[in-house]
Structures are given as C-alpha cells and as structure tokens.
Design a protein around this ligand. Sequence first.
Ligand code: C2E
Ligand code: MG
Ligand code: MG
Length: 307
Amino acid sequence: MMRLFDSIAARFSSGRPPLACSVQDGEREVANVVPRVVHAATLESALAGALDRNELFLHYQPQACLASGRIVAVEALLRWESPIWGRVPPETFIPLAEQSGLIVPIGEWVLREACAQLRAWQSRGLPPVAIAVNVSPRQFCEGDLVASVRAILDEMRVSPRLLELELTEGQMLHDPEQVAAALCLLRKTGVRIALDDFGTGFSSLAHLQRLGVDTIKIDRSFVRNLGRDPQRGVIVGGILAIARGLGLRVVAEGVETESELGYLRDRGCDHVQGYLTGRPVPGMEVGHLLRAGGVVCRGRLMDLAAS
Ligand code: C2E
Ligand code: MG
Ligand code: MG
C-alpha cells in the first residue's frame, strides 16, 4: 500500500510527471493507479479481520523422498476465502500482510494451526511427517519468533525435529544479524531451517555457510523443463553438487513432469514438491494419503525413482 502511495507521490509531487509526457498521460496514470490503491486498501482492511472471521485456513503440499516415493514432509500454505472476493491468491494478500505488519499475528496463527494439524495426525497413529512453515522477517523483528515457536511446540507436544521454517534469501537480508541470531537459537532447539526459492535471490554461498541452513529449496523457475533445457540442467546440477558438498538437503519445487523428476533423481536430489506428486490439499486429504501408506510416486513415477 505505502509503496503505491509513495510511487504516486514521487511521480506527481516531485515535478516528475513531465517525464516527457503530457498532463493527459499523467491523469491517465492516476486513473489507472488510484483504483488499484483503493482496492489494495480495501483488501488490507478486510484481511485485518479475516483471522477473527475464520476466513483463513491452510492447505498442505506433500514433499516426497525420491528414494522411497513416500511423503516425508508437507508444506503449510496459507489460503484466504473472502465472502466478498472469493479465494484471494496468496501472491495478492501475502504482500499486503507483509507490508501492513498483519503477517506477525497471521504468521503465528499459521504456526499454531500447522503444529495442531501435525499433532492431530500423530494422535490418529499416522506415519510421522515433518511440517514446513513459511515465515516472514517481520516475525523475527517485531514478534519474538523464537519464543513463539518454543511455546507452540510445547503446547502442541510436537518434536522440534518435525518443524522446518522456510525463509527466502531476501528475507534473511532484512536484518541479517537479528535473523542469524534467531536462526541459530532455533537450530539449537532442533528446528530445521530451509532457504526457499533458492536461485532467485543472490544465491550467495557465503549466506548458506554463515546463516546456517539445513535445506535448500530450488525455485521452480529452474525446475521447469529440466531434462529438456540444458542450461537449466547445468544450474540445477551445480546447486545439487554444492548442496551435497555442504551436507545440505535439497528439495526441488514445482516438479510437474516425469522428465523433471527423472533428471532430479539421476542427479541425487533428495526430495521433490510439485503438482506431479501432489497439489496443496486440506489436512484431511493428507491424512487419507498417510493412512494409505503415504506413497505419492506410483506406477511409472515409482519405477523412475527406483530404477
Ligand atoms: P512458496 O513458499 O515457494 O510455496 C510454493 C508455491 O508454489 C505455492 O504457491 C504452491 O502452491 C506452488 N506450487 C507448488 N508446486 C507447484 C507446481 O508444480 N507448479 C506450480 N505452478 N506451482 C506450484 P502458493 O500456495 O500460491 O504460495 C505462494 C507463496 O506465498 C509461497 O511460496 C510463500 O512464499 C507465500 N506463503 C504461503 N503461505 C504462507 C505463510 O503461511 N506465511 C508466509 N509468510 N508466506 C506464505
Ligand atoms: Mg515455501
Ligand atoms: Mg518456494
């Protein structure tokens, strides 16, 4: 929100609208931007009450081990069903939550809900899986993420070893010292840390070493067309070799085709997450999958993973 306001202000109050364009161009731009600003403001104020109105919920996407074909973890992904706008895409409402600070209470709710779901699966005797939860840097800087994680794990009687927190590299740079200190404390308690969307940021090897992460998640933009696009193959092969050298686990995101899966398997990728092995689904569906043995690489996929 503020960024949009800022960009309008910067453009029209700093004498820049002349920008080699006419007054009509400027008016047209305002006419285009203002409805977006108003829409964003309306969405943001609706999002502020979404938690209390029970409009937020989680879906879970399986992560499969390429050696066994089984679900070893699930990623909790936030969903918003608004009575006014219907299903609002995460790429629309999560940036609003980040900018407004709402991500702090919402992120804590996600953590509690995901751990409660894990406890519910365990209480039903289902095979253990880990749970991955996305966190925002604002949860480190404005909330006390370390204390919340400890309290929630305690309350839900969930082992820290079953929780993995996902951050992007850009997020880690937000306040590197504070984030690094918190990550260190979290890892000491047994919680794992994953670097999300790897390859889209600086992909700095120094960060990998200094910040202490357990898992790299290769962004889906590098996974698409693997096996057919030689350049992507070289990049992914390089990431896998570095990860192996550093003793890190690798999850490939956005795996949609058998040729992508075959390529990753042949190069020693540990886990895959993508539509091929399972879309994000409600917790109950994950429960059914786990009860049925948790195998998501079936038939040809299983042959591929085993051959
Ligand atoms: P992410 O953490 O990288 O999550 C993976 C995204 O890729 C998810 O999008 C998932 O649905 C999508 N995806 C998975 N497999 C495939 C595939 O095979 N093909 C394609 N095309 N897409 C695939 P989603 O659920 O829309 O989430 C988008 C982003 O929103 C997430 O990216 C994450 O950065 C953020 N997010 C989601 N839930 C939370 C949350 O609870 N807290 C925070 N801070 N961010 C969240
Ligand atoms: Mg993620
Ligand atoms: Mg990702």
